[in-house]
Ligand binder design. Sequence first.
Ligand code: COA
Length: 700
Amino acid sequence: MALKKFFNPSSVAIVGASRTKGKVGYEILRSMLEAGYKGSIFPINPNTETIEGLKCYPDLASIGQVPELVIISVPAQMVPEVMQQCAKVGTKAVIIITSGFKEVGQEGRELEQRVIQIAKQGRMRVIGPNCLGVIVPGNKLNASFGGELPAKGAIGYLSQSGALMAAILDMANANGIGFSKLVSIGNKADINELDIIKALAVDTETRVIVGYLESIIDGNAFVSQAEQISQQKPILLMKSGGTSAGAKAASSHTGSLAGSDVAYECVFERAGIIRCSSIKQQFDYAQAFANQPLPAGSRVAVITNAGGVGIMAADAVEQQGLSFAKLSDETTKKLAAKLPAAASINNPIDILGDALADRYEFVLDTVLDDGGVDVVLVLLTPQAMTEPSATAEAVIKITSEKSAKPVLACFLGASKIAEAAKILRKGKIPLYDATEMAVSTIKAMTEYVRWRTRPKRVIKLFAVNRRKAENIIERYLRRGVREINEEDSKEILEAYGFVTPKGSIATTAQQAANIAQQLGFPVVLKIWSPDILHKSDVSGVRLGLNSATEVMDAFDLMMYRIPKQVPEADILGVLVQEMCGGGKEVILGVHRDPHFGPLMMFGLGGTMVEVLKDVSFYLAPLTAEEAKQMLVDTKTYKILKGVRGEEGVDIDIIAEGLQRLSQLVTEFPQIQEMDINPYVVGRVGTTAIAVDARISVEQS
Ligand code: COA
């Protein structure tokens, strides 16, 4: 497999192995020895002959053979020299534990670059620097100073924080959670998050990829490859810190609403990555994905010995949008024949407080046979007669006989269920200490299945006038102007199939009245200046003007007030435009994230967009389904569909607008941000109009 020398080396050298307990170099050696690593270990330290009974070598060359993996734990300034030694002896895999590189500033950055240059010249791969190391329980390899070797399991773990990985190890060891591999990726100077995720994807011991990330190195590669990997194995990630660069310098509504975390939300959604908000949630999910089959659907059966807990689970099932399995007649008959009369044979199945292990066993066995059940949740509270441990054994027995459907357990209590908890964990039954967590794990599993079985993504390409848009954009870039004015923005939109309102610029009140007469009343007046981006902010928009007099008065007022308000603005006149009424106003927008590319935005339009923030984002390019989903994800959707008997608007035309916009920004990487606000949409059969538009460009 990829990175084999890191995961399954035949020999390991530790450069900087120390004689002093508590020093990093000593702890790594001790971890290796205690784990029971079967290959050769070579401690390297010029200042001593032996450590922990092992012969010490003054340098790598003195070993006389090539160590497959070298772990470096000497101070930062010494690392380039050790890397030279690695290159000389021909080692191909190096873990650099040492910190003091790019995380400490420019000097450290340069040192890190030097180290990576030596690695490239010597065709070596590097994990780190500034990392905790690598752990592979199956190979008894603990090349880290993170703690005891954990149990073997199906969770592949990667972390950008060494400290967090140490905490996870401790937690996992206390709870008997097993891993296939654990990798602390540190500064990711060479091997990055995607390399590890790819390695875990092809690793036969890993069933679920779990990790903590602070940044992603190559956004585009990450999205496309993670999407492919999620199709095979679930990826559960915690992500802290946002792309602040993405939210900087936003001149559009979309830009200011695309907060630092939106891009990651979009990326995770696209790539099918399950985002976790805490370590606890991550491992609650991970134990189910690692040890249970995926559910075929979302119909849940609950077995409980306590009515109240059953109701709590029922509430959670409803809140999470899952459904309760309707048990077949055959199942209910079988249950009725054997259970006490007071038991509830409908889902949640309440088998009463006196239920012993055999009753749980019978009910679980019966319910798993029901074709209408996709997943079973076994609840238990330790009452006077309850047999927690025997019940745990019974659950394991039945699930080993009938392993096609996922079974999760929620045993509530502490000391009385402690033994049962151990049994369940050993038997690979995911165990939860709250019904809500068990149910939200089922939800995560069903969502993942939904994502995996989604239709193939097909991006529709519309016939457009690409050349026309290109000419306008090029013209602006040549002049070094970022903001494309309203008229030109609309020309670009027209080239991509949008309809914009008719109108012309007037420089006198009389001219404005004449244009209005030609367009027909009512009309709209908008101040026309390259320096005024948000016209409403300076009272630069007047709607619904119904006569020549109204138009002339409005013109004069704008030309009198606005130059006083913004004296630095170059005012070229006033745009007289036809008034588009009778529809709903929405906003379609784009914000280009520096790492992940264009993010599409949809929301309720008009001036309230930034106040109400009822918007949804999605990564371009959009499929028809994704465009529609963007609408469904907002509260505005209900308004658009029509409230209280009011006729709804043309939903498909909005979704098509989003797709056309997605095509425009995919074809022109120069477009940094844009808004169509408002996009006025009427009922089915009417034309949607891009009333106002703003585009900003930059040389890509
Ligand atoms: N080759 C090999 N070993 C050498 C050496 C050489 N050329 N020169 C010296 N050594 C030995 C030292 O004698 C010492 O052994 P000793 O304790 O038996 O004398 C050992 O290497 C370590 O060197 P020392 O100078 O004592 O360093 P240190 O242990 O104080 O610090 C690091 C080294 C790497 C631990 C430290 O620089 C560091 O980076 N610490 C932070 C690590 C970290 O947090 N990483 C990120 C985790 S998420």
